[in-house]
Design a protein. Sequence first.
Length: 301
Amino acid sequence: MAQRSVNTPELNKNLLILHFTVFIWGFTSILGALISISAVQLVWYRVLIALISLFLYFKFNKTAFKVSRKTFLKLFFTGALVGGHWILFFASIKLSTVPVTLVCLSSMTLFTAVLEPVISKKRISKLEIIAGLLIITGIVLIFKFETQYTKGIIAGLLSALFASLFSIINSKQVQQTEPAVISFFELTGAFFWATLYLVFTGGFNQAMLLKHSDIGYLILLGTICTSLAYVAGVSVMRELSAFRVALITNLEPVYGILMSFLFFGDMNKMTAGFWVGALLILSTIFLFPVAQRQIQKRKNR
């Protein structure tokens, strides 16, 4: 698959935005582990806070956010994938550990390498498949899988599949609709489906009551790590392919470990496996566009 855009200032700006967004996402798994409520309840609060913050943004800036019925339905039902991804992501953390969940999330690269050309009716890129496998190898080197976390691993892999699907959908939607508007209606869909699930499973119960620490973590999660980061993550897709976004997203566990070291000085996490795995991930991410351009040049000769 050819690169969507040549190296331009706009492309470089979007790459910087994406790296910053992924850096913010590095906090998400840590917050998910700290918040005491269940995965579905956590997502319900997270999306509610994100929706309120986006609505206030629209009102403050007097931004029109009406869309056609067809566009609304597309975004609303894509929201089911977004909500499913987050629920499964946090469920995986609670059923296993943060490292195991992040290993599973790395499979998003491979899912996207296969699904994006199928959905877009293009040829599957061997280079993207190889890059996806190298990324997974790198993250496995950082974290050791624990076989007792089977349910957590399954939830993590399904979460990665959902993330891959809505990223591919958003890469098409962002060419026609503003990123903030896409985010608002997809989050509306995610909130609706999460609410429906809680209603039918009796989830609106005493367990919904929040601890004081949960409130602060949820506000941070819903505003900075969701509404802001989600809009930014969608906006860069005007210049970057869904695969390129998935590729760079794999820096999330690397950023997470580095932040853990900087804030807590936890040297136990900075193993030889971490450095080898991180080097493999970084090399794949930054050498991928170079290899892609070389292949394209050969084809054009």
